[in-house]
Design a protein around this ligand. Sequence first.
Ligand code: 5AD
Length: 368
Amino acid sequence: MKNQKKYLELLNTAAAGKVKLNVRQIEALLSPPDEKCEQKLFEAALELKRELFGNLVNLRGLIEFSNICKCDCLYCGIRKSNRKVTRYTMSETEILHSAELASQFGYGAVVLQSGERDDVQFTGQVTALIKKINAVPNPPAITLSCGEQSLKTYRRWVKAGAKRYLLRIESSTPELFNAIHPEFTTLAKRKAALRRIRRAGFQTGTGVMIGLPGQTLKHLARDIKFFRDIDVDMIGMGPFLPQQDTPMGNADNSPETIQRRFKWALRMIAVTRLVLRDVNIASTTALQALDPENGREKGLLAGANVIMPNVGEVAYRKDYQLYNGKPALDENGKNIRSALLKSLRKIGEEPRWDSSGDPIHFVKRTAK
Ligand code: 5AD
């Protein structure tokens, strides 16, 4: 009872947004003492989301245009050492078709995501693509998610007309980061890349995986502080899902662990909303993988305001399985869209049609 009262007081303080919470308080918010308090947390985050953005959800058409990757992250299904995936790069025509589809669907923005490469052939192709997408009728805003690049490359992509960039930090705790990446990938390098992204002028997004082996709510509280410290505009995070063809494929995946990852992911969305407030937060596909019926909806009801429905070619979908249980493997963009509309309606939210959906946070920080 006492814990409950204390929790609800802290929640009220967080929701009012007048005090800068410390890591201990953020961790406490991530640890509701019972279900009722957890529900209150989600409600407070949803209320703030609706106050800031109304009952509107931004949509971005996701195009997973290549699974070729030079990295070997221990958790990721498209890591370089995984010989079981057939490597592909969509043709320019296919990518443009997907971008046009996104625009016709009224999505207003696309995310071009790929494995990480930094050779000139690749970076040049991306530059050309950005220009061509910007030339389609009613072009969608372009978000890139193509890994760590030089400042020069990031600048070139901004100049070509890309607006946003997503690069997850995966975990801001060095020990956890090191445990899931090969030694040549470092947290310091990843942070430096995020700084370059911001410097190049992108709306900047990052995020973490939730429920990694050895990860605690304290680590996650520090992640939220990290998001605040680097002043990001967008967040995408989701539960860690072991992928069988990776070194982390044998990680604990008992029903209790899965349940915990899911709960923690929702709490992370809610607390991030309360602490960072006017940023865009995605309800990610990984949530849907754990709860195909309601995962994404629950993310929105916990304060997220972005969904990234796939608009890529179905034929490639099976070769872009970063994790097990990826939903809608053989659904085309049209079916995904109608399922999404239905589920939004069910929870009283609506798509924000034909809008690039810039994060208010970015608009405010660049107007200063
Ligand atoms: N489980 C959950 N998320 C994963 N990602 C990659 N592999 C996994 C996995 N096994 C996420 C990473 C990456 C994003 C593109 O996908 O956070 O940044």
